[in-house]
Write a protein that binds this ligand. Structure first.
Ligand code: ZN
Ligand code: ZN
Length: 425
């Protein structure tokens, strides 16, 4: 692709660059960035006036449901949703059918993703069948192309297996992503345990279920001096534990998801299963603590935990599986709930959605500079739009921001030098 984007506000959060300029894309790379680049014959020009150009978003937590549950999503549809939301790199989770616990399944995903509209990185399972007891052959998974290890959907049941994975991962170049949950505390729970669960008479998942899991992973990271990445932080106590661990030099990183900084358990009063996910929406106090964690850098990354389920599965409030889709609304949710409210500046938000997560995964993405791969987005930071689930690009409709007006809309997504969304004027 030969492309020249004109007069956009260029924000590269990694370098701190923030200026009005032009971006020249040639083939798969950013050939030049500067002020008033010369026009070239045969090069398509796109106006970036009034728009922000930023690195493509990096989403560390996505469920593509492929193989095995392609009625919910598949690799190609999930990546279309990614492109529509400005996500150019994503890490997909291993709780597929079968689970991503063999080199064959890692290779299946990577082969199918070659034709997808986003770069797909694979989180392989820590344990066979995600049962939490028998370690997978992590070296073989790495050699097949896995980028991370996780039993997401569940915690790694056996603490000894988790410790072994965390100790092995750095030497293999793998990031360990931890779903923190003490199952004996969360069993049977449907929503956050608290005022709303009491009012509705529904069994709850206490914040302590997540916090016990967070404490375990931090204890292992501290004991062995090895990194761990904490997934989808939703409680004030887990934010505090990560903050304290970082102060002590423990190599821990953390992500949260838009629903945890935007919404609270009060949404459940509507008895709509689209607002049920794991961990559940918490209290206003937790929400504010998550915002503060994002503000002070305790939380390094915003990931969506994009978890598609069909409308049929989501029809029954209590029987429905956990999960919400999120890749098409994450940037707008961040602008609306973090930037417009003064929690983060726009460059700070972009850092937590680009370079922050890229560093956790150890990939070169998340930068917007000359010579980098052309993964970038153009978005209108001021456009207001109302989320219509019928217009989403993925296969499922379980969006928590449905019907809500958000600010900020992605206009163009370029992935590997190819326009994968927008650009038709
Ligand atoms: Zn999880
Ligand atoms: Zn997940």
């Amino acid at each position: 692709m030969e492309l020249l984007i004109r007069a956009a506000r260029i924000i590269d959060p990694a370098s701190g660059a923030d200026f009005i300029g032009d971006i020249r894309i040639s083939g798969e790379v950013i050939a030049n960035i500067g002020k008033e680049l010369p026009p070239e014959a045969g090069v398509r020009e796109i106006s970036g006036r009034g728009l922000v150009a930023a690195p493509g978003l990096v989403d560390l937590h996505v469920h593509l449901r492929d193989p095995g549950q392609t009625e919910k999503e598949d690799i190609l549809s999930g990546c279309r949703a990614a492109a529509a939301g400005g996500v150019t790199s994503l890490l997909c989770m291993p709780n597929t059918v079968p689970a991503v616990d063999s080199p064959e399944t890692v290779r299946y995903i990577r082969d199918k993703a070659k034709d997808a509209d986003a770069h797909v990185y694979v989180a392989a399972a820590v344990s066979r069948g995600l049962l939490g007891t028998q370690p997978c052959d992590w070296r073989a998974l790495r050699e097949a192309g896995a980028a991370a290890l996780s039993d997401d959907g569940r915690p790694v049941l056996d603490t000894r297996v988790m410790a072994k994975a965390m100790k092995a991962a750095p030497g293999l170049g793998l990031t360990v992503c931890a779903h923190c949950e003490e199952l004996s505390l969360s069993a049977g729970g449907k929503i956050n345990e608290g005022a709303v669960s009491a009012q509705l008479g529904i069994p709850g998942v206490p914040a302590a279920a997540e916090d016990c899991g967070t404490a375990r992973e931090i204890a292992l990271a501290a004991a062995y001096g090895v990194p761990v990445h904490i997934c989808h932080v939703s409680t004030g106590n887990s934010v505090a534990m990560v903050r304290d661990a970082k102060r002590r030099g423990v190599p821990v990183t953390a992500e949260t998801a838009p629903h945890y900084f935007a919404l609270t358990e009060r949404e459940l009063l509507k008895r709509d299963a689209d607002f049920r996910m794991s961990p559940p929406l918490r209290t206003e106090e937790d929400r504010l603590a998550v915002c503060e964690g994002l503000r002070d850098g305790t939380i390094d990354a915003i990931a969506t935990d994009h978890a598609p389920h069909t409308p049929g599965e989501k029809a029954d409030f209590l029987a429905a599986p956990n999960g919400v889709v999120g890749m098409e609304t994450s940037l707008a949710a961040g602008i609306t709930c973090l930037v417009e409210t003064g929690v983060l500046t726009l460059p700070q938000l972009l850092y937590r959605m680009t370079r922050g997560p890229a560093q956790i995964l150890g990939i070169s993405a998340g930068v917007l500079c000359k010579g980098a791969i052309a993964d970038l987005i153009l978005f209108d930071p001021n456009e207001k739009w109302t989320v219509d689930p019928a217009k989403l690009h993925g296969k499922s409709r379980n969006a928590v921001f449905k019907g809500r007006e958000l600010t900020g809309r992605v206009k163009l997504t370029v992935c590997g030098g190819r326009i994968v969304s927008g650009g038709t004027d």
